[in-house]
Each structure stands twice: as structure tokens, then as C-alpha cells.
Design a binder for this molecule. Sequence first.
Ligand SMILES: *Cc1c(COP(=O)(O)O)cnc(C)c1O
Length: 463
Amino acid sequence: MSRSAHPAGPRHADVLPEGHYTAPPADLNALDAKVWSRTARRGEDGVVTVGGMEVTRLAEEFGTPAYFLDEADFRARCRAWADAFGPDADVFYAGKAFLSRAVVRWLTEEGLNLDVCSGGELATALDAGMPAERIAFHGNNKSQEEIERAVSAGVGRIVLDSFQEIVRVAHIAQEQGKRQRVQIRVTVGVEAHTHEFIATAHEDQKFGIALADGQAAEAVRRALKLDGLELIGIHSHIGSQIFDMAGFEVSARRVVQLLARVRDEHGVELPEIDLGGGLGIAYTSDDDPKEPHDIAKALREIVARECEAAKLRTPRISVEPGRAIVGPSAFTLYRVGTVKPLPGLRTYVSVDGGMSDNIRTALYDAEYSVSLVSRASDAAPMLSRVVGKHCESGDIVVKDAFLPADVAPGDLLAVPATGAYCRSMASNYNHALRPPVVAVKDGRARVIVRRETEDDLLRLDVG
Ligand SMILES: *Cc1c(COP(=O)(O)O)cnc(C)c1O
């Protein structure tokens, strides 16, 4: 990520602890449309509204911390992906990014398919009415029970991740008198990460079956022989928060080469390929994500070109965006509790949540932006670190942020682009109560996942 040198100015920035920060934005009150959901506005009175709801009112009604999901934004992103890929491709929303019954209903209505990777995600999807044939079941160690349930529910595909699983799924399908549609997940030897892709160390991870040493071809051989399986294609997922299409290009080429090999060896043209998810979003103003339309165009061209070279019919493509759909649709609202200036360093602003509602900063060194949203301010920018209330010094929500120097206890701060992998990775660390998810739309707010209570905690504690 590009980091510019800091111009002279802000008060606490004359000593730079880790040299890792951006210049302050020109206008601290502006909401960058790249990182905010599309209905976010700052009103005349300085209060930010999303989905037509003022954050001050949301905080009063639902408390803080809380996640607010902009339904119109979420649905618009679903439509953008579905439209970009069109009727001869399939878009699977990766449920692990964030899943709830309301979200499943929106996906169903918007014509998307759904990836799940656990019994719990499958239960949520089925309960909310996602047709089973639109569900793909993933995971590198699906349990016997999970496979049985997926097969008996009639999921559209199971993505096979190991030799053991090929046999397990075939056996379970046969026991149920079925032929399960499956894909084989291959490791293409590309690990895409942010701006670059690295073609080393890629096979040294737990997912998929390696292409390189002929194992993937062997997996295809075995799957084709088993009566319980209908092998519909090859699956590849190369990473996450990817901005560069180069990794997909290598991945698509290698997957198509496998299809050609399968055709040569077995006389079968597998009809589908899945290129996975991992498309990047803007967490800060430095990020420049691609539009679904451009991604679709690039992927189609790559696949068409490779298929032409291999003299194969172009397979049906599927993609699996998670973050790119739900990430920008939600923000987390926090209330400031304490403000602690460390002279010559920076100011620590403590909020009422932290690593229990957003582990990504601690886990991946993820970057976020933050805005004062309960009022506008003309105060100078102040180099800040937004931290949580947990008993860890690594409990950081936003590592480097500029906030107005008059930020004070009681102010509301919002961290945008927290729709993906925040609530879904939330924990009860320090017996924190996991925050609610509230859908906002057209001046109305509705809880879709309620806040945990102390009763919830104590109910599990049966000792
Ligand atoms: C996590 C995952 C995705 C979604 O990744 P995003 O970065 O959220 O787009 C898609 N497919 C598979 C197999 C995954 O594991």
C-alpha cells in the first residue's frame, strides 16, 4: 500500500513511531465514497446519515458498538455482480464474509448463489430459504455429518478438497442413492496477495489439491470413476483483497490447461470452472478496487483466450465474491470513552468495542479509516490510533488515523467497510457481548442480528 511522507503540521506527529501513516485528508469531514456505502451523507448539522438514518439516533436506539448494514448498498452490489457476469455465469456470495437470514433472503431475491463452509452456514442458508441447488459447500475438512446434510439437502455442488473427501462424498451420495455434483479444488501455484502475486510457497498450505505434481489430474481420474459423483468442473481460489488481475490470469490459464489434459485423457470436457473470490475493496482512500463489470470482462477474456489456445469450448464461469459485496455495505459505530494524548507520539482514542468486533487489524495488520460522525469539526487533524477496550495492547481498531483534534469522550466514531469478516469473526474475548447488526434502509432501521446479552453468555456456561 502506498504511504506518502507526512507533511509538516499535525501536533502529535513530529516523532513518527513506525513511519506508517498517510497524510491527513484535505477535509476531515468529507466521507470518501470509495470506503463508505452509497447512501452515506453528512447532513447540514454535521451528523452523518446512512440509509436515511442519523447515526446519533442509531446510537441512541441500538447502542454502541454496533454494525449498520446499508441494505440498498448491499443489494446494489449484488445486482452489479450479477449483471456484470450475466446469465451464462454464476455469482456465489461467500457466506463466511457475513451471513444472516436477512442477508440470505436478499441474496435469494437478487439472484445470487451462496457459498457455505460449515454446517452452521448451511443451516442458516436453508432456514432462510436459499434453494439448495444454489448452494456450494466448501471447506478442507467437512465432517461426515456436514457432508451427509449437504448431500441430503441437495446442494448444487460440493467442492472437494482432498483425496479422502472424494471417496467420502462419493460414498455418502451412493448411500443416499444420489449422484452429487462436485468440483475439485486445485492449488494452481499462485498466491495472490494485495498488489502482487507470489508464485512460491503456494503449495505449502492446507487448501486444495496441487496441480503442479499431477495430483489434481489424479483427483480428476478418481472422481470420474466414482458413481456417486458428477464432476462438473475445477475450482481455484487464490487469495483475498486482490486488486491485480495477473494472479487470476495465471490461475485461469492453469485451470484451463487441466481441462485440456482431462479432455485428452478421458475424452470429457468439464463444463465449469470456478475462479474463486478475493476481489479487493477500499478500506482507505489509498485503495483502488476494480468495478465488477471490469473484473467480469477481464476474467471472460482470459478464459476465452486460454480456451481458444487449448481448443476447448469455453466453460461456464463462476466467481465467489464475499468481501467485495458486503465489505463496503456496513460500518461499525463506536462511542469514544477516553482520549489520551502521548506527547510527541500520537493520541490514543479508546472506543467501546475493539478486537472482539474487528479482529482484522490485529490478525492481518488490516488498515481501516475512521470518521467523527456525530458532528462536523473544524479542528486541525490529529494523528490518532483508535483502540478498543480489551486487555491487549494489540487491541487496535485503526492503527493510523487522523481525527479532529477536538475529539472527545461521547463523540461517535464510525469505521466504514466493516461488513466483511468483522461480525463473522467476532469473539467474546473479555466476555464482550457481540454487537448487533442493524439493517438500515429508506429512513428505517431493523435489527437483523441482535446484540448478545449477559444471559446469552451465562446460558452457555453450564458449570
Ligand atoms: C473466502 C473465500 C471466498 C471469498 O473471499 P473474499 O475475499 O471475501 O472475496 C471465496 N471463495 C472461497 C473458496 C473462499 O475460501
